[in-house]
Structures are given as structure tokens and as C-alpha cells.
Design a protein around this ligand. Structure first.
Ligand code: NAP
Length: 292
């Protein structure tokens, strides 16, 4: 795969606030600067991160700093109503993709980030009750007003993408894809992204729980990626992302680390050219089976 077609990792901010490191404003400024210093300029959020607090924490680093705002791209999401003391009127966790909810969420995100535009807005989860024409009309209006620059979805099925794509161009699809979750490689989602020219973004690209939960599958993956990391003279983390970067749909990892050393490694993973056999060694370590 030609290196120029690989896209820099997106920096996920879900663990930067109260759901993780609880950075203060200085620490946000520092890590944003560090990311920019190695060319990573896109930051992934959702309205709900940190029980609706992380956007505003990140936004404090942008307050009154329009030159910084102009250097970065902000992705955020809406569509989940979370049960939390910060939203006491929610009675149950549920989904809402109504026009009023999307507009209200975008307005709140704009306020949180001290900005007048969101670079990319994603619908976070497919809402069972979604009215795709209503979503399309709402996003079109938000785009026309300049408040949202590009649009996508997250965790949709191929059928749901086809349905919504009939009414509005889906530009990005964010899914869980990693060595521990191979579903998208085989359920048609990645094929659809290539057919419809949709950017693929992978969340939890390091393999949900790979480093924290001990089981046979994780042990196989860690042993194989360790062996390959010696061959390619890189870390296991780099090998996990190189695995994703090898696929022809140009998967963009949304990395969740809070450590700058690992962010640097994520960037370096783009330089690795895995052989086909080594890709399949990792694949088989994950499935525990030979390919047919
Ligand atoms: N669209 C969606 O539905 C959705 C869902 C979930 C997440 N997301 C997005 O995706 C981003 C990434 O998700 P994620 O955080 O699950 O991704 P991840 O990059 O797969 O995992 C990051 C976590 O793994 C730990 N880790 C990484 N390498 C490690 C190692 N070698 N040893 C021990 N621990 C290690 C990190 O700890 P350190 O911080 O110590 O490095 C961090 O806790 C989020 O920030 C969010 O923006 C989207």
C-alpha cells in the first residue's frame, strides 16, 4: 500500500477527561501541542464523553486561542442520551436522532469548544427510531449554515449506511476494528466504504481489553505481535496499528492512549509495510484458526 494514502491517526479524547486521566487545562494544551508537533491535528470527541464534560474541558484549551482552533480538526458525535446526574431528565439510556436533538447537541458542542464550526459530526449509534430524511435535512441545514463541515456515522450496519446515504452523503464511518474485533473485515462494511468512498475510522484500534484482560485469544495475539515486533523493530502497539493500515480500505485508527510516547508510536506505525503472510499470522492468532 502506498504510504501517501495512509492517513495520520486521529487522536481520541474519550479518556482525557473524567473517564480517564482527568487532565487540567495546561495538560490539555500540552498534549494538543505535542500532537500538532508530530503532525496529528484531528481530535475525536462525543457529546457524552466524561458524562458530558470532556468537550468543555478540551474547549478550555481553545478558549480565546483562535490560531490553535484553526490548526486542529474536531470530530464530535451525538445521538446517545446517557443516564447521568449531569442530565437528570434522562430516565433511561436511549438514542435520539431527531432534528431537535441533533441541533441542540451541535449548539452545545459549539459552545463547549468555543468555536463556530465542527469539522466532522457523526451520529454515534444507529437509532432504532431514526427517520433518515429528518437526519439528512437537519445535517444539510447545519452544513449550509457552516456549523458542520462534514458528516458521518458510527457503528452502523451496511443496510443503515445504504439507507441514510440515499438522502445525504456519508463521508466517514467510525467502527470498532482491531485485531480483537475482525467483524468489519468480513461483514461488508469495509467493502461498502470502498465502494461509496467513505473514510473508515477505527475505534479501540489497540484491541479492546487486549492489555488488561487475560485469555487465550489475547495471549496468542500478544505472542504473535511480540514476535513480529522484533522482526520489524517496533513495539507491539505499532504492530497492532500496522495490521489495520495494511487493509486496502485505508483504515484511520482513532487512538485512545493518554501517553504521548504511544501517540508517537501510532504515527510511526504508518511507516511499517507488513507482508501479506505477517498480516495473516496476526489474523490467525486472533481467530485461532487457519484460513480455509
Ligand atoms: N464511535 C464509538 O462508538 C467509539 C467508542 C469507543 C471509543 N471511541 C473513540 O475511540 C478512541 C479510542 O478508543 P480506545 O481508548 O478504546 O482505544 P485504544 O487506543 O484501543 O485503547 C487505549 C487504551 O489502551 C491502553 N493501552 C494502549 N497500549 C497499551 C499498552 N501497551 N499497555 C497497556 N495499556 C495500553 C491505553 O492506556 P494509556 O492511556 O496508558 O496509554 C488506553 O487506556 C476514544 O478515545 C474515542 O475517541 C469511539
Amino acid at each position: 500500500m502506498a504510504n501517501k494514502l495512509k492517513h495520520n491517526p486521529i487522536v481520541g479524547c474519550m479518556r482525557w477527561g473524567v473517564w480517564g486521566e482527568n487532565f487540567n487545562t495546561k495538560q490539555y494544551e500540552q498534549i494538543i501541542d505535542q500532537c500538532l508537533s508530530i503532525g496529528l491535528n484531528t481530535f475525536d470527541h462525543a457529546d457524552i464523553y466524561g458524562h458530558y464534560t470532556t468537550e468543555a474541558d478540551f474547549g478550555n484549551a481553545l478558549k480565546g486561542n483562535s490560531s490553535l482552533r484553526n490548526k486542529i480538526q474536531i470530530i464530535t458525535k451525538c445521538g446517545i442520551n446517557m443516564l447521568t446526574p449531569n442530565r437528570p431528565h434522562h430516565q433511561i439510556k436511549s438514542y435520539d436522532t431527531s432534528a431537535s436533538h441533533i441541533v441542540k447537541s451541535v449548539e452545545q458542542s459549539l459552545q463547549n469548544f468555543h468555536t463556530d464550526y465542527i469539522d466532522t459530526l457523526l451520529i454515534h449509534r444507529p437509532d432504532i427510531l431514526m427517520d433518515v430524511e429528518e437526519i439528512a435535512n437537519t445535517i444539510t441545514t447545519l452544513k449550509q449554515s457552516g456549523k458542520v463541515k462534514s458528516f458521518g456515522v458510527s457503528n452502523f450496519t451496511t443496510g443503515q449506511v445504504d439507507l441514510l446515504n440515499k438522502f445525504i452523503k456519508i463521508e466517514h464511518h467510525q467502527l470498532e476494528i482491531s485485531v480483537t474485533n475482525l467483524n468489519s473485515f468480513q461483514n461488508g462494511v469495509l467493502d461498502q466504504c470502498q465502494i461509496d468512498n467513505i473514510q473508515v475510522q477505527s475505534w479501540s484500534p489497540m484491541g479492546n481489553g487486549l492489555f488488561t484482560e487475560q485469555n487465550e485469544k489475547h495471549a496468542r495475539i500478544l505472542a504473535t505481535t511480540k514476535e513480529l515486533s522484533n522482526k520489524y523493530k517496533c513495539s507491539i502497539n505499532e504492530m497492532l496499528l500496522a495490521f489495520l493500515y495494511t487493509h486496502a480500505s485505508y483504515i484511520v485508527p482513532v487512538i485512545g492512549t493518554t501517553k504521548f510516547e504511544r501517540i508517537i508510536e501510532a504515527k510511526k506505525s504508518m511507516e511499517i509495510e507488513l507482508t501479506r503472510e505477517d498480516f495473516y499470522k496476526i489474523w490467525c492468532a486472533s481467530t485461532g484458526l487457519e484460513v480455509a
